[in-house]
Design a protein around this ligand. Structure first.
Ligand code: TRP
Ligand code: SF4
Length: 327
């Protein structure tokens, strides 16, 4: 199956990225799918256009995390969006058939515009964000798109654009479907959505000491004020990590111990730590190895762009013909 997905280069990744999407990508890759993973630097520009200096280091840090976590450039095509210019051409053409009102009603657009108040986001590029995302996916005729829940509105819009394109110009693109992870959602240390901007994230690059300290301060069931109060794993911020990382036996023990006040939150965190620290240690070690050879990173992107470009150029030939354009 042709898999396509991408991330904006936001720098160092956290556990939310790992369990929410990245592990899903690695799984799909290792099951032998034909995977394309795109670092969407033009997408970063839609909001960071005034201050672009962090984009480059953010690309680097994110790529290091991808590779350290297990994305493999021998199996997957890993590339930088701006190195494959066809993305911009298809974006332009898709823009012609995308109704303006549909973009203005996009829930993600409305939310972000309210959330981000330190910048003026009334630029054309930001409104067109999901059209560029549609172009990303369609250039490679992606059939399945592993993303987080928050991307579903964008996927829906991509499907609408496909239907319209195929209607107007003849069947060209498949309708991609979203692939969500089965993993429970992990929150940040303070119980809100894990996000670097909230300062509540556990990063893949954190040292063992940092991870221990963050788990120590992690908010648990807020109603469990004293050790002798029974807790409720289903309202606890830590429990999802057990569900993801611990053995069935430990998960059972934790649930029983928590609801009967047999164990305290400190014990519970102690039960989690080894199964969290081990995979992070592996990622950290690989991170160091990769970071020490910047040439490798350049080569990954170069080869990725070359492979991506081949497919993208073929698709654009077909698209230009469908639209009846020269070239
Ligand atoms: N919008 C996605 C995000 O914020 C990133 C992205 C860009 C993407 N292009 C894509 C995701 C294509 C899936 C497919 O994470
Ligand atoms: Fe959460 Fe564990 Fe404390 Fe229960 S015992 S509230 S599951 S940390």
């Amino acid at each position: 199956m042709r898999i396509f997905s991408g991330m904006r280069p936001t720098g160092k990744l956290h556990l939310g990225h790992l369990f929410g999407v990245l592990n899903n990508w690695i799984d799909l890759q290792n099951k032998g799918n034909d995977c394309f993973f795109c670092i969407a630097d033009w997408h970063a520009l839609t909001t960071e256009f005034q201050d672009t200096k962090s984009i480059e280091p953010n690309i680097r840090e994110m790529l290091i995390d991808w590779l350290a976590a297990g994305l493999d450039p021998k199996k997957s095509t890993i590339f930088l969006q701006s190195q494959v210019k066809e993305h911009s051409e298809l974006y332009l053409l898709l823009g012609m058939i995308t109704p303006l009102g549909r973009l203005e009603r996009n829930p993600t657009y409305k939310e972000l515009k309210q959330e981000i108040t330190d910048r003026d986001l009334s630029n054309f590029g930001f409104l067109g964000y999901p059209v560029l995302q549609a172009a990303d996916i369609l250039l490679y005729k992606g059939e399945a798109v592993p993303v987080g829940q928050d991307q579903l509105p964008h996927l829906e819009l991509t499907r609408e654009i496909v239907r319209r394109f195929n209607n107007v110009y003849g069947k060209t693109f498949p309708e991609p479907r979203a692939l969500l992870t089965q993993s429970p959602k992990v929150n940040g240390v303070d119980g809100r959505k894990m996000s670097k901007s909230y300062g509540n994230a556990i990063l893949l690059s954190d040292s063992e000491e940092q991870v221990r300290a963050k788990i120590r301060e992690m908010v648990t069931d807020p109603k469990r004020a004293r050790r002798q109060d029974p807790g409720d794993p289903d309202t606890c911020n830590l429990y999802p990590l057990h569900e993801i990382l611990s053995t069935q036996k430990t998960i059972g023990d934790v649930r029983k111990g928590c609801t009967t006040a047999g164990i305290g939150c400190v014990d519970c965190k102690g039960l989690l730590l080894p199964s969290l620290l081990a995979p992070l240690k592996q990622i950290r070690e690989r991170r160091e190895e990769i970071a020490s050879s910047p040439k490798t990173l350049d080569r990954v992107l170069e080869e990725g762009a070359e492979r991506a470009h081949k497919i993208a150029a073929e698709t654009m030939k077909e698209v230009r013909k469908a639209v009846k354009l020269h070239g």
